[in-house]
Design a protein around this ligand. Structure first.
Ligand code: BGC
Length: 813
């Protein structure tokens, strides 16, 4: 039996970590609106408001030694022993340790020598602050006198310059101390109108705000001089590295428990309301927030509100499948991860620094489908933000910055799959909500006022961007790259100082075409056609359909390799992903998308392609991206061949695109295969936590592939399209509950051993209680559908009035 570091507590919707030495920091996220925190199982991590780069509140050291240094630390000095409730940073052995990661909160408990310290971390709804409620309990029968030191290290706002511009930064740091509140006001005097603060709800017996005074210049977080001496210095930071540390002397009688409430907050003031008096910041808003949260009763009430918020979000889709691993994935953790990816795109995790990347155009559109059932209003807003970064010709900025909502010039555009994802995302939104009014919203191009066209026109322009950019075989030109950012067919980079992503040497005259975009175009192009018909725009639907038919013909003629779909044509018009190639003969993306789109289904092409995927790409831990892996650098393929074999886009198991094959399997009715593929990459089914390494409760972007040194090892957990794709695949294609414009379609495609399951689905204001029965162990096909006691023809449950409770029984063949 492999070593376990924790277990699920499904009733509490928590993952319980029982050993602080996890194989990698196992993190959680706090906040879902503006104020955010990343928190590890040992209380490491950092906080920011709105933008992880430009409004970074606390400092973090990426890839540090030891790993995960810096965070929200409490030091308890009990006699000569100094310890932390989360074990780190002192690493004093604890008598008991437990970290519970829940829905947007984390609680960490440590016990040492009869003292229990439990810290609950969360961001209350609609609040620009993180609460840290520390409960200290004396379980001994003697009076205990403890010294408590809190600790946070301020980041000087711009997380990027904070890491590099020391000639300035070491002179700018400023703080203000007011009773038990430490304010961080670096650069407030000039162009910033925001500050941060760290408070505790009782009087303190001392403080420190200068890192060197607190730690000692040559000490680490594990041995702060002030803590070892048991005496605060009352240091006031002037430049160098400002921190915030409270000092409290605490006496606990036998059995006594005490709650302390620490608040890490952030405030933005109006330009003309910045100061209380010359040089003294206006603290009104900070005081308001602190007074809303200054007693355990108030904090507990806020915590209940957060729990209720999640009760509500997770009540929209619920399955009882008889398999607890499926239930906890679908009902809890996958939905939670979808919300987190929606909030952060690919910007801030323990694999992304929050500095480099903003919100991805394609990423955010895909994230939408995992999230739209939860808070459609936010999905609506996101769609408008994303579409506003599109160019007039349909091309798109690849990323935008969440603070400014402007396209990121550093990355630019030219990724030719991007436009189609807008159709994918918007149609997902419309099917869920029926809110067609969004299509009339005026949306600018590249955020230029006056350039607005309706969102519907953006969709048309997106569709047309593909057909305006076809290559010699009538297939979509790839541009910089398609979904696979690392297949850079026009890059030809020989300079290690260049970015594969932004260097585009040879687009002019390029013949590089993508079969992945072709499949996406057929799949999501049909969504566009269906939408046009829904809107009565039949001429436009017919026009679009003709282009889709042409694309299908082009794929069948030029995109078929005999046993699978080609991946692409390169710059010179040579095949990529063909048996004729030496390496990279077969790829997942084109086979997944063309099978999803059912191209050549009748002619047997999908069957052959999926069988080839099984034979060549499947492995013990999931489906690898390509095979054989590239073992040398191919200048004409770019970054994909830069990775060692088995990692990332070079034959890694991209959990993001395994679902494309799963959906493909459902298209041919093979629910058994779809579910088997899913279980291989779904963390709830992964037994070996040491090998898997990253969090066992969320999907990771990648597991090392069969050619890697350690196949099955996970990386890049949390922020990945894997969350939305597995959600979409599981709920709509496997469990088979599909939102459509006119109702819920029931079309399961399951393993024959799934004999029955129940689903509760809230949809457009009504609640559907659906029972699926599979008495004959089939994989697909509804024999009868009984809605409110009446059998209906077909498999579409019509829309019911808001507030209705609808009972449905579906019986498979
Ligand atoms: C990016 C995606 C991309 C994928 C495959 C991820 O890191 O966020 O946009 O599709 O890698 O290259």
């Amino acid at each position: 039996m492999a070593k376990e570091y924790g277990h699920y507590d499904d009733a509490a919707r928590e993952y319980v970590i029982t050993d602080p030495c996890t194989p990698w920091p196992w993190i959680n996220y706090l906040g879902t609106e503006d104020f955010f925190g990343l928190i590890s199982n040992t209380a490491g991590g950092y906080s920011f408001c709105k933008d992880a780069r430009f409004r970074r509140i606390t400092r973090y050291r990426y890839n540090g030694v030891p790993m995960d240094a810096g965070g929200r630390y409490f030091y308890i000095k009990d006699g000569d022993t100094v310890w932390n409730p989360g074990w780190k940073p002192c690493k004093t052995p604890l008598d008991f340790y437990e970290c519970r990661h829940g829905m947007n909160y984390t609680s960490i408990e440590g016990r040492k020598d009869g003292i229990t310290a439990k810290v609950l971390f969360f961001v209350p709804l609609k609040t620009w602050a993180e609460v840290q409620k520390l409960t200290l309990t004396n379980t001994t029968d003697v009076v205990k006198k403890l010294k408590l030191f809190s600790f946070q290290e301020w980041c000087l706002w711009n997380a990027s310059t904070d890491m590099e511009n020391f000639q300035r930064n070491f002179s700018t740091g400023e703080v203000e101390i007011d009773g038990s509140v430490i304010y961080h006001k670096t650069e407030y005097k000039e162009r910033r109108n925001h500050y941060a603060y760290y408070s505790v709800n009782v009087p303190v017996q001392g403080f420190d705000t200068d890192r060197e005074s607190f730690l000692g210049l040559y000490n680490g977080f594990d041995a702060p001089q002030v803590v070892l001496e048991g005496k605060p210095r009352g240091s006031v930071a002037h430049g160098w590295s400002p921190i915030a540390s409270h000092y409290l002397e605490i006496e606990l009688k036998p059995g006594e428990s005490r709650d302390l409430i620490f608040i890490l907050g952030y405030v933005e003031n109006a330009q003309d309301d910045k100061w209380e008096s010359k040089g003294v910041i206006n603290k009104r808003m900070a005081r308001e927030t602190m007074s809303r949260l200054d007693t355990p009763v108030k904090v507990d009430a806020e915590f209940r509100k957060l729990n209720e918020y999640w009760d509500n979000l997770l009540s929209i889709f619920n399955v009882e499948s008889g398999d607890e691993r499926m239930d906890r994935t679908v009902n809890i953790w996958n939905q939670y991860q979808c919300m987190i990816t929606f909030c952060f795109s690919r910007s801030a995790s323990f694999f992304e620094s929050g500095i480099g990347r903003g919100m991805g155009f394609r990423d955010s559109n895909q994230d939408l489908i995992g999230f739209v059932h939860q808070i459609p209003e936010r999905a609506r807003e996101r769609i408008i933000d994303i579409a506003s970064t599109q160019f007039a010709d349909g091309g798109c900025y690849h990323q935008y910055q969440p603070l400014t909502k402007r396209g990121n010039d550093g990355i630019g555009g030219g990724f030719n799959d991007d436009p189609m994802w807008l159709i994918f995302g918007v149609c997902g939104y419309l099917r869920e909500t029926g809110d067609f009014s969004i299509l009339d919203e005026p949306v600018p191009f590249d955020n230029v006022p006056g350039s607005e066209k309706s969102l519907f026109e953006h969709l048309t322009i997106s569709f047309d961007h593909v057909i305006n950019n076809l290559g010699p075989h009538g297939l979509p030109l790839i541009g910089r790259a398609d979904w696979n950012d690392c297949l850079n067919l026009n890059c030809f980079s020989n300079d290690p100082d260049e970015s594969f992503q932004t260097t585009e040497n040879k687009t002019e005259g390029s013949k590089a075409e993508s079969l992945m975009i072709a499949g996406l175009f057929v799949f999501s192009g049909r969504d566009y056609v269906e939408l046009c018909r829904q809107l009565g725009k039949n001429a436009e639907a017919d026009r679009a359909q003709r282009h889709i038919d042409d694309m299908i013909a082009a794929v069948e003629k030029y995109g078929w390799d005999g046993n699978w779909f080609l991946r692409a044509y390169d710059y010179y018009g040579r095949k990529v992903g063909s048996h004729e190639n030496e390496e990279g003969q077969i790829f997942i993306e084109s086979n997944g998308w063309c099978a999803m789109a059912g191209i050549g289904l009748k002619e047997g092409l999908c069957d052959k392609a999926l069988d080839s995927v099984k034979e060549r790409l499947d492995s013990e831990h999931g489906i690898v991206l390509n095979n054989p892996a590239f073992t040398r650098y191919y200048i004409e393929y770019g970054e994909i061949s830069s990775y060692p074999a088995g990692y990332k886009e070079n034959a890694g198991i991209f959990c993001h695109n395994n679902p494309w094959v799963m959906i493909g399997e459902t298209v041919r009715g093979n629910g058994k295969a779809a579910m088997e593929y899913w279980r291989k990459i779904c963390p709830a089914y992964i037994e070996d936590q040491t090998l898997h390494k990253v969090e066992p409760y969320v999907y990771s972007q990648m597991l090392a592939g069969k050619d890697a040194f350690r196949p099955g090892e996970g990386k890049n957990s949390w922020l990945t399209g894997t969350a939305a794709w597995n959600w979409y695949t599981n709920t709509q294609f496997i469990l088979g509950i599909k939102p459509t414009y006119n109702g819920l379609e029931i079309d399961p495609c399951i393993s024959p051993d799934m004999k029955e399951y129940k689903i509760t689905r809230k949809f457009r204001g009504a609640t559907y209680q659906i029972e699926i029965k599979n008495p004959n162990g089939s994989m697909r096909g509804i024999k009868s559908l009984i809605v409110e006691g009446k059998e209906i023809t077909g498999n579409l449950i019509p829309l019911f009035a808001e507030g209705s409770k609808v009972h449905v029984t579906a019986i498979l063949q």
